[in-house]
Design a protein around this ligand. Structure first.
Ligand SMILES: [Zn+2]
Length: 278
């Protein structure tokens, strides 16, 4: 049984067939999905989806959304975290972080929202789900400065070995997904193969980050082909991870599942709940 630690199940790409996407994920052996929020506008949507399907959710303001966010949104986040403190489905603060790849984003505004949300993580005692894009050192600096001890997940990790070790030292796990299925992803494949076994969690980031078998060329996309990723792809991604590690597929599922439960401890309580009705 697999855990998809990062899937934007609320995305518009799934509006037409979300029930089928969930059914395919279940049939493929994906037992649990973590649905991170990206702005206050989708807090209720991710919460509702998680409850509807027996999944988990996180609340936070994504770095790509801070330009449209108001300072008041932090108070809204704080209130939501308080209101849902006893909700077993609320497992983390996320998706938060820093994106230094997209050049149009205000660095200082991103930093401010990131640090303020780390303070909320510290205050509410929740792990964080981090968006890491050319920003690993700055993210690590924020974690140290605010003194976040609850760990979490560095999602779609694409940093150096040294940066990976620094996240692990702070109690984080690192998320690996579709990118590792490409032969040309040398650095990510090397990390996935060589990091300690207890460092790795699996994720799809669906509908984004398609694995190699869903990839379509620019010309194919121009002709209308979709490369939408979905959580049901996780076991096949996981079997590529197993091959890199020299694990059986069952070992890969078991090890990454245990790691996810360590990174997001409230997931354990969720597993024990009776299966939700459809
Ligand atoms: Zn994401």
């Amino acid at each position: 049984m697999w855990i998809d630690t990062h899937c934007h199940l609320d995305a518009g790409e799934f509006d037409a067939d979300r029930a089928e996407v969930v059914a395919r994920a279940r049939a493929a052996g994906v037992q649990q999905i973590v649905i991170p929020a990206v702005s206050v506008d989708n807090f209720e949507t991710v919460r509702h989806l998680a409850h509807q399907h027996g999944y988990a959710y996180a609340l936070g303001i994504h770095p790509l959304y801070v330009m449209g966010a108001a300072e008041e949104d932090l108070a809204t986040l704080d209130r939501a975290l308080t209101a849902h403190r006893d909700d077993p489905h609320l497992v983390a603060i996320g998706e938060i972080g820093l994106d230094f790849f997209v050049k149009s984003l205000d660095v200082q505004r991103q930093q401010w929202f990131y640090l303020e949300q780390l303070k909320l993580a510290r205050r509410h005692g929740l792990p964080v789900i981090l968006h890491v894009r050319r920003s690993a050192d700055q993210l690590l600096g924020g974690l140290r400065r605010i003194g976040v001890t609850t760990g979490g997940i560095g999602h779609a990790f694409n940093g150096s070995r040294q940066q990976a070790e620094a996240f692990l030292a702070l109690g984080f796990k690192l998320g690996f997904g579709g990118t590792l299925t490409f032969d040309r992803s040398l650095q990510i494949r090397r990390l996935a193969a060589e990091l300690p076994a207890d460092a790795l969690v699996t994720e799809t980031d669906a509908p984004d980050i398609p694995p190699q078998w869903l990839y379509r060329t620019f010309e194919e996309r121009a002709a209308g082909a979709s490369m939408r990723n979905e959580p049901g792809e996780l076991p096949r991604i996981g079997s590529d991870l197993a091959a890199l590690r020299g694990w059986t597929v069952e070992e890969a599922a078991c090890i990454t599942r245990n790691n996810a439960l360590q990174a997001l401890p409230k997931l354990a309580g969720l597993q024990a709940q009776p299966a939700p009705r459809a």
